[in-house]
Design a protein around this ligand. Structure first.
Ligand SMILES: [Ca+2]
Ligand SMILES: [Ca+2]
Length: 145
C-alpha cells in the first residue's frame, strides 16, 4: 500500500498521510470539494486489476475502494452542479426508486455516495427537507431538464 499526503496549502506542510492502493497516479477532486478520487495503478511491472480510492476530505479517510480495469493511470470526476435534488443517476428525472433510495440514505441504511444530489447543503446528511426537495423535483421536474 502507498500513501497520499494531505498538504496544508497555507503552510505547504504535510499534515497527514492516507493509505491508498499501490502506485497511485491519478488524482481528482469532486466539484463540491468533498471527495478525492485516486487511481491506483497497482504493480508497475505487470498487468494487474487496479482500483480507485475514494477519500472523504472532511475526515481525510478512505471511505471506499472501487475496483476498476487493469492499470488505471488517471481519474476524472464530472460536475454535479446543475443536477436536481434526488436525481441520483443524473438522467434529468427523479424516480420513485430514487426517492426510496433517498429515504434509505436518510435512515442510514444506504450510503450517501449512492445519491450525492440529495445532500443539497453538502453536510453529509440527508434531512427531511432535502427529501421533500427531491419529492418536489419528482413531481415538478428538474429545473434544467
Ligand atoms: Ca434519475
Ligand atoms: Ca444535507
Amino acid at each position: 500500500m502507498c500513501a497520499g499526503s494531505v498538504i496544508d496549502t497555507n503552510t505547504n506542510n504535510t499534515v497527514k498521510e492516507i493509505g491508498v492502493g499501490l502506485n497511485p497516479l491519478g488524482v481528482a477532486i469532486t466539484p463540491d470539494g468533498h471527495f478525492v478520487y485516486v487511481a491506483n495503478r497497482q504493480p508497475l511491472n505487470i498487468t494487474a486489476v487496479g482500483n480507485v480510492s475514494v477519500i472523504d476530505i472532511g475526515t481525510n479517510a478512505v471511505v471506499a475502494t472501487v475496483g476498476v480495469g487493469e492499470n488505471p493511470t488517471g481519474v476524472a470526476v464530472g460536475s454535479i452542479s446543475g443536477t436536481c435534488s434526488g436525481d441520483c443517476n443524473n438522467d434529468g428525472v427523479v424516480t420513485v426508486d430514487e426517492l426510496l433510495l433517498g429515504v434509505n440514505i436518510a435512515l442510514g441504511t444506504a450510503p450517501l455516495s449512492e445519491c450525492l444530489s440529495l445532500d443539497a447543503n453538502h453536510d453529509g446528511v440527508v434531512t427531511v427537507d432535502e427529501l421533500l426537495a427531491a419529492v418536489n423535483t419528482a413531481l415538478n421536474g428538474c429545473a434544467d431538464a
